[in-house]
Design a protein around this ligand. Structure first.
Ligand SMILES: NCc1[nH]cc(CCC(=O)O)c1CC(=O)O
Length: 307
């Protein structure tokens, strides 16, 4: 029996059920236990601007340590860059679409929006990068789970919203997507579109049961992205986009540190694809150094994010 601990949100349950199905297809018995986290509780009251790092993972990690559950499935981009040594990311399955999606009832693409249109997003990474492309739009806070945001869009609270394509695809809401942004235009969050399966570092049996789900190219790319974020001192409220992908024999990574109003510093780096994990971290750190050299430091300090 393998026990999965899951948050109760629609997306978390979809992700846990997805991994449960893969394990069952390999002959395992699997149960899912729903765990309420501090982050879930805070979101119900008022959205926590001042969320602590790991507020969506603390109770789940406590359940892992207490051996009430054996693994947890996370959206990688919501995980802190550093895990405590008791835990490990036993599998990083093949990444889904990493891009951000433009969602609108009336408009086909971001560049079709009329001046003054309201664009809903509560992500500084998305808001600041989009403002660089279109400073004539009004960017407004937009919160809630995917279906809440789609409802608010339909009610006319905004003319468009920006969400991760992977979340919409997973929840069967693909038909809402009008456009997927080129990562060169709107750089995704580190790890966006990837799932991460966390388990106890000492639990060899679960580790082995999960091994078939690990996807080496995905592991390389997201390890590089998270190393860059870590080197820039990032948490989820820092306006940093980083995206790494394989192109033939090369892994290419690019990133952006954006600021309001609409200035940003970008950079890129690459490395040969005949690689090991430590090279992925090196690639990420190289990108961070390029970004800092290109002027990202002043943006990070202006926002009081200390690299
Ligand atoms: N921060 C919320 C969150 N965490 C993971 C996803 C989508 C799925 C993913 O990135 O893997 C989302 C929604 C969104 O950003 O639109």
């Amino acid at each position: 029996m393998i026990r999965i601990g899951s948050r109760g949100s629609q997306l978390a349950l979809w992700q846990s059920n997805h991994i449960a199905a893969a394990l069952r297809a390999n002959g395992h018995h699997v149960e899912i236990e729903i765990i309420r986290t501090t982050g879930d509780r805070l979101q119900e009251v008022t959205f926590a601007e001042v969320g602590t790092k790991g507020m969506f993972t603390k109770e789940i990690e406590e359940a892992l340590i207490a051996e009430r559950i054996d693994l947890a499935v996370h959206s990688l981009k919501d995980l802190p860059t550093e895990l405590a040594p008791e835990f490990t990311l036993a599998a990083l399955p093949e990444r889904a679409d990493p891009r951000d999606a433009f969602v609108s009832v009336d408009f086909h693409s971001f560049f079709d929006l009329p001046a003054g249109a309201k664009v809903g997003s509560s992500s500084p990474r998305r808001q600041t990068q989009l403002r660089t492309l279109r400073h004539d739009l009004e960017y407004i806070e937009f919160r809630g789970n995917v279906d809440t945001r789609l409802r608010k869009l339909q009610e006319g609270q905004a003319q468009a919203i920006i969400l991760a394509a992977s979340g919409l695809d997973r929840l069967g809401r693909t038909e809402w997507i009008r456009q997927r942004f080129d990562p060169e235009q709107l750089c995704p969050a580190p790890g966006q579109g990837a799932l991460a399966i966390e388990c106890r570092a000492a639990d060899a049996a679960t580790h082995q049961a999960l091994a078939f789900l690990d996807h080496p190219d995905t592991r390389f790319a997201v390890t590089a992205e998270r190393a860059a974020l870590n080197a820039l001192g990032g948490g989820c409220q820092v306006p940093i986009g980083v995206y790494c992908r394989r192109e033939g024999d090369t892994f290419r990574i690019h990133g952006v540190v954006a600021s309001n109003p609409g200035s940003s510093r970008g950079g890129e780096a690459h490395i040969s694809a005949s690689t090991t994990g430590s090279q992925a971290e090196e690639l990420g750190r190289t990108l961070a150094a390029v970004l800092l050299r290109n002027g990202a430091e002043s943006i990070l300090f202006a926002n009081q994010y200390k690299p």
